[in-house]
Design a protein around this ligand. Structure first.
Ligand SMILES: Cc1cc2nc3c(=O)[nH]c(=O)nc-3n(C[C@H](O)[C@H](O)[C@H](O)COP(=O)(O)OP(=O)(O)OC[C@H]3O[C@@H](n4cnc5c(N)ncnc54)[C@H](O)[C@@H]3O)c2cc1C
Length: 481
């Protein structure tokens, strides 16, 4: 089969590699330059590109993303490790408050991966470029679809700014800003159905390199992830002695736009003692990369039981985006393209849209709904904090609107599980399985053993307070120049 892939980023290139290895002829079209850089540092230095601006933001791969790569693309997995990707084991993830750190069967599944995103992409690009049945075309922008009329229309290829490309199957892997609905309208098809929910966060990421001989308070392979009152701070060692540090405020907290300035970024990070200790041991390697306009979106190509068109599928961010702080996107994309590679050839093209939509229903939609609910609750809390610091005396006096409802009877919420997990090894594993998307959230949060243990622990221990700066300290840091 001849397959045209629109977009040669993670989803598009992994799909192309898997499909090429199954004997299909694959052409990947990307508006940006897909040529792999000469080495990893050159890849990092040239990582920013307009077609996928998130590449320079802090990324991790959760267990649901790591396990299928190890199984289905062992050469890519080995290439990642050779390139310096860090396997962050369960033992390393355990906080110091956990007394019982003894291993259990299955712990290996709970390893995460830490890296600069440019590093994993560099390996994937080289892998795809070496596939004999995969052709990579850089600098080609897809502008529409070609199709034969029908109900639904049958897609037969794509139009580009360099001509038409015929294909038996078109894979839209063009990311969060896909034009798929415009393209579908152009062939007389119905648009897809999109559900959207607010993430409400902005990202500011900067990379550093550890100074030779400098020592950190702990291992660089430690994910510091502090969800504080006014912002979240995430920081961890990536490959080759680099460290990523990310500030994630609510998108609507306009005061945080100041952290585009290196002095303000550093001052805000330094209000957090763990970050200050790391900053003493490393030098900035990059500018500060801001990113906003982040949404949870879920796209369905089967609407009212019928595909909007046949011969076209969507994968990766074109299909679903979720709040990046939960690091779910790569795992979703990998699930989808592995399932797709197995389905192509097994089903006629006309049935593939439905086959993939079933995967969306069972494996993607529940996590999308989970994310939308988490974000709604977290945003309500952040907005209350923001309102309290605003000039409005009225709002400060009232404390703002009521917060999200507490957990329903018979279940706990993720925030409570996270607090209690620091004191119980089984709850810690349950939390990692949930965040790693190996076990459905509802299954864990409504598990009677989990519920009982969380309540017992939260009634008997005081979780250590977060190192939250006061509003005055934060205002001073944001004003630094
Ligand atoms: C701030 C941030 C942090 C994130 N952190 C994590 C994380 O820690 N872990 C995680 O799992 N996920 C994370 N994600 C999500 C992750 O980045 C995405 O899920 C993943 O990159 C999706 O890859 P993709 O291939 O679907 O799309 P993209 O990487 O967006 O690639 C789309 C490609 O399509 C090309 N393209 C677009 N339009 C056209 C066109 N018309 N013609 C030709 N080519 C076109 C672009 O040039 C680009 O190469 C994060 C996202 C953001 C925004």
């Amino acid at each position: 089969m001849r397959i045209a892939v629109v977009g040669g980023s993670l989803a598009g290139l992994v799909a192309a590699t898997l499909l090429g290895r199954r004997g299909h002829e694959v052409i990947v079209l990307d508006r940006d330059d897909l040529a792999p850089a000469g080495d990893l540092e050159a890849a990092a230095a040239t990582a920013f590109r307009a077609g996928a601006p998130q590449i320079v933001q802090l990324h991790v791969i959760r267990p649901l993303g790591r396990l299928p790569v190890r199984e289905h693309l062992p050469d890519v997995y080995a290439g990642w490790l050779d390139a310096g990707v860090v396997e962050y084991s369960l033992a390393q993830q355990m906080p110091p408050t956990l007394a019982d750190r003894s291993p259990r069967p299955g712990d290996d599944e709970l390893t995460m991966l830490l890296f600069r995103r440019s590093t994993i992409d560099w390996v994937i690009r080289r892998t795809a470029a070496a596939e004999p049945r995969v052709t990579l075309c850089s600098g080609v922008r897809v502008t529409g679809l070609t199709a034969t009329a029908g109900d639904p229309p049958r897609v037969t290829g794509v139009t580009t700014d360099a001509g038409t490309v015929e294909a038996d199957l078109v894979l839209d892997a063009s990311g969060r800003r896909t034009r798929i609905d415009q393209w579908l309208r152009g062939i007389g098809a119905r648009p897809t159905e999109v559900t959207a929910a607010e993430c409400g966060v902005a990202y500011y990421t900067r990379y550093y390199r550890l100074r030779p001989g400098a020592t950190l308070p702990g291992s660089p392979a430690t994910v510091v992830n502090l969800p504080m009152r006014r912002f979240m701070l995430a920081m961890f060692g990536c490959d080759h002695d680099t460290v990523g540090l990310c500030l994630v405020p609510p998108a609507e907290d306009r005061a945080f736009k100041a952290v585009r300035d290196p002095a303000a970024f550093t001052a805000v990070a330094r209000t957090v003692p763990q970050a200050a200790a790391w900053l003493d041991a490393m030098d900035p390697e990059t500018d500060i990369y801001p990113m906003g306009d982040l949404h949870n979106t879920l796209r369905r190509l089967v609407v009212d039981g019928t595909p909007v068109a046949s011969g076209i599928l969507a994968v990766g961010d074109s299909l679903c985006t979720t709040n990046p702080t939960f690091a779910r996107g790569i795992a979703f994309a990998l699930q989808e393209v592995i399932h797709l590679a197995e389905a192509v050839g097994e089903y006629p093209v006309e049935e593939l849209t439905k086959v993939m939509d079933e995967l969306t229903s069972t494996r993607i939609e529940p996590w999308f709904a989970d994310q939308a609910a988490i974000d709604a609750a977290r945003l309500a809390a952040l907005r209350r904090a923001l309102r309290r610091t605003s000039a409005s005396a009225e709002s400060a006096a009232s404390g703002g609107p009521a917060g999200p409802a507490g957990p329903a009877d018979g279940r706990v919420d993720l925030a409570s599980l996270r607090q209690a997990a620091g004191f119980d090894p089984e709850l810690f594993r349950a939390q990692v399985r949930l965040l790693g998307m190996l076990t459905p959230a509802e299954e864990i949060l409504a598990d009677p053993v989990v519920v009982r243990r969380v309540r017992e622990i939260l009634a008997s221990v005081d979780p250590p307070p977060l190192p939250d700066p006061s509003d005055e300290e934060l205002a001073a840091a944001l004003a630094a120049r």
